[in-house]
Design a protein. Structure first.
Lengths: 384, 347
């Protein structure tokens, strides 16, 4: 396969109205609760009250079945809500992973009891998830994970360590990729399984890791002989790799891959619109072109997911192009300030810029590095 | 793609795949027998009439319908004024003028144009494919108003330009050529917009071909005992080409889709969407040219091998009708002038 098409999906008036509704809601709630927009808020901006408010509006678990507290709305509606929350810099980190990918995994692979117990809490904004994929010795090479689950008479015993788990300190559950059988010689993806782990269980220790911004948003999670019930196995034993790959399409294709720092752009323009030089004007034209193209691609993937397709490779396209765009965006804003010395920026804008500058290196690492994205694409092109 | 256009697409693909090879791209003259076969097949197919009104023998398709066809012609490196003829036929047909059955070309740069007693004189610049056709549709400014003229060049001697383009282009001085038609500028056509979009579509076609060439060449050629495609650096170059090609394809889908919703008396295209595509394809072209040549090594630098034909076309099309910086300025200025927030402007 050498052609990757992202069919254009038109935004209906219904979706345009939904946008306005979300925008108005966010504006009001920001004002009422004195919330300040922040860049990268889906990673750094946890506010459990805000998550619950979104739950009340019906904007979490939007596509989930009604019988589990969902709203059976389309992935396109969810996309629109997501975009609006991201561009406003809303504090969505607490529920982000549960709403984006973990809830869907439970709906696909969980037991009826798990669905009934957990999904309604996700949709009400009260139950949060962390991702249990990377390990100290398994980053990009995810198939080499060493965390183990061994069968016991009552279920499973879990031992090992997961790392870089964003929000694990706030999360109630983690979906953990572990080894349940040795790797077959001819299939390194064999012997892996996913488990739904309650993070309050004895034997689970979560240690925050300070990142280069000085914040502790990601964590090391240690599983020391954690006793799991049989039902904690999510999906089929040995099919963890296949399941995790499906999860990655949700993780990599969304607008958070290119709208995480929109707040900075918006604030810069609002502050300096009249002072933007011809050079800056041209730079804005470039940003508009790249951003609109990325939105077409990401919205197209939402539509593919809606129609039951599995666009894992397309998701890698959005992630790679989106991450590159965001890095360039922060640099471009720096460049646009050629007529506006840094010391003339308002403290708020300066703070946004500094946050963005510090956080930007992580964009092309989290959710899979650029090298891994290009590896996925190469494989689909038949080069591997 | 609807069923009807799919049929024409398949006809085109059949002709292109059978009749185009690299030798006719580098020798596209009437003296070349293979080239003549291609030319005649295409004329018979009437593919260039698809946008024309039915009363003139056309199929009355809309612009969005023929985007895949224009892209395909660029992907195969069709060395003929194919999109130019489609556009000329369409404009003439919309102006209730029956086009000729021949190929036509378009001219956008003219100077010293005079029209006396239905005879036209002046200078035409950078006209593509005057080695193939003498029928020219030119945009002119006459008495401070824009017009389109259509005429057959009978006596002017085209002077082929020395340039870096794959498609041949010519300057032409004409004296007292008979005007076939002299048209008021049709209200629904913004020439700059239209042709810029054609260049973006063609660019995506060329990118798709370059990606294919890179995959095939790097899979076949071995160095250090293994295929080039097994080296991670080469894989990175090729995946970069795939990424940029996909983004460019998405960028043209914006104006393609929006043009469907336009009423017949409106311009087909919003300037904003034209700019988005021209910028995105222009940016992608630069990266793709560099990465594809790097992946191919010296072979890609030869005239004999296909790659250079497509990278030369990309270089040409990214500069035609304003390069990305030109369109970035237009788009950036449009945003600043509207005095809206960025998100509002984007939605």
């Amino acid at each position: 396969m050498s052609e990757f098409i992202f069919p254009y999906v038109e935004e209906t008036n219904f979706l345009k109205n939904l946008r306005l509704e979300v925008r108005e809601f966010v504006k009001n709630i920001f004002k009422k609760n004195c919330i300040t927009p922040s860049p990268d808020a889906w990673v750094f901006g946890a506010n459990t009250d805000f998550s619950k408010q979104l739950g009340k509006k019906g904007w979490l678990g939007m596509s989930f079945p009604k019988k589990y507290g969902g709203h059976e709305r389309s992935m396109l509606e969810r996309y629109v809500v997501t975009e609006e929350l991201l561009v406003s810099g809303a504090p969505v980190a607490a529920h982000w992973i549960a709403d984006r990918q973990s809830g869907s995994q439970i709906l696909r692979f969980g037991t009826e009891e798990q669905k009934q117990d957990i999904i309604p809490k996700i949709t009400s904004g009260e139950c949060y998830f962390a991702i249990g994929m990377s390990e100290p010795d398994s980053g990009s090479d995810l198939a080499s994970v060493k965390t183990k689950a061994e069968k016991t008479s009552t279920g499973w015993k879990l031992n090992g360590r997961k790392i870089w788990s964003t929000g694990a300190h706030l999360a109630h559950y983690m979906i953990v990729l572990v080894r349940t059988a040795p790797q077959l010689e001819n299939n390194r993806h064999s012997g892996l399984s996913q488990f739904l782990v309650d993070l309050s269980l004895p034997g689970v220790t979560i240690n925050g890791i300070e990142d280069m911004t000085g914040q502790k948003h990601f964590n090391e999670t240690i599983f020391d002989g954690v006793e799991l019930k049989k039902e904690a196995l999510l999906g089929k034993e040995g099919e963890g790799w296949k399941q995790v790959v499906g999860e990655l399409a949700l993780e990599r294709s969304g607008p958070e891959r290119f709208l995480s720092h929109f707040v900075l752009l918006d604030n810069f323009i609002n502050e300096f619109r009249s002072k933007i030089s011809d050079l800056g004007q041209s730079a804005l034209g470039k940003i508009i072109s790249e951003l609109q193209t990325l939105r077409v691609m990401s919205f197209s993937i939402a539509s593919m997911i809606e129609t039951g397709q599995s666009p894992e490779t397309q998701a890698a396209f959005v992630k790679e192009l989106g991450n590159a765009f965001e890095k360039q965006l922060v640099e471009t804003i720096r460049g646009m300030s050629n007529l506006i010395p840094f010391n003339k920026w308002s403290p708020g804008l300066k703070s946004l810029f500094e946050d963005a500058t510090l956080r930007i290196p992580s964009n092309s690492l989290r959710g899979g590095t650029s090298e891994i994205m290009k590896g996925i694409i190469s494989k689909q092109l038949g080069l591997r | 793609m609807n069923e009807e256009i799919k049929i024409f697409f398949e006809i085109a693909e059949k002709i292109f795949s059978k009749k185009i090879d690299h030798t006719i791209r580098i020798n596209n003259s009437y003296k070349n027998k293979k080239f003549l076969e291609l030319l005649n097949e295409l004329k018979k197919s009437e593919l260039t009439k698809l946008l024309m009104k039915e009363e003139f023998g056309g199929a009355n398709f809309c612009f969005a319908d023929i985007v895949p066809l224009i892209k395909l012609s660029a992907k195969y490196g069709l060395p003929l004024p194919f999109s130019e003829t489609i556009i000329a036929n369409y404009i003439l047909s919309e102006s209730n003028v029956k086009p000729t059955n021949d190929f036509s070309t378009l001219c956008y740069e003219t100077s010293n144009i005079t029209i006396v007693d239905d005879k036209v004189s002046g200078v035409l610049r950078s006209v593509p494919y005057l080695n193939i056709t003498n029928f020219i549709l030119a945009k002119i400014n006459f008495n401070n108003k824009d017009y389109l003229i259509y005429f057959e060049n009978k006596s002017g001697k085209p002077n082929q330009l020395k340039n870096f383009l794959a498609e041949p282009r010519f300057d032409l001085k004409i004296e007292n050529e008979d005007l076939i038609y002299f048209l008021d500028f049709p209200s629904m056509i913004d020439f700059e917009n239209l042709i810029s979009n054609i260049k973006s579509i063609q660019s995506v076609g060329a990118m798709e071909k370059i990606l294919e060439l890179c995959i095939n060449y790097c899979s076949d050629r071995k160095q250090f005992g293994r295929s080039l495609s097994k080296f991670q650096m080469i894989q990175n170059h090729i995946s970069e080409i795939a990424l940029e090609t996909a983004a460019s394809g998405a960028s043209i889908s914006i104006f393609q889709t929006h043009s469907k919703n336009k009423k017949s008396n409106e311009n087909f295209f919003d300037l904003k969407n034209t700019a988005i595509a021209k910028i995105r394809t222009g940016l992608a072209s630069g990266k793709i040219i560099a990465s594809s040549h790097q992946a191919h090594g010296a072979m890609g630098f030869t005239k004999e091998y296909e790659l250079s034909y497509f990278t030369k076309n990309l270089n040409s099309w990214r500069n035609d009708f304003g390069n990305e910086t030109y369109w970035q300025n237009i788009l950036g200025e449009m945003f600043i002038k509207q005095n809206k927030g960025m998100w509002e402007f984007l939605n």
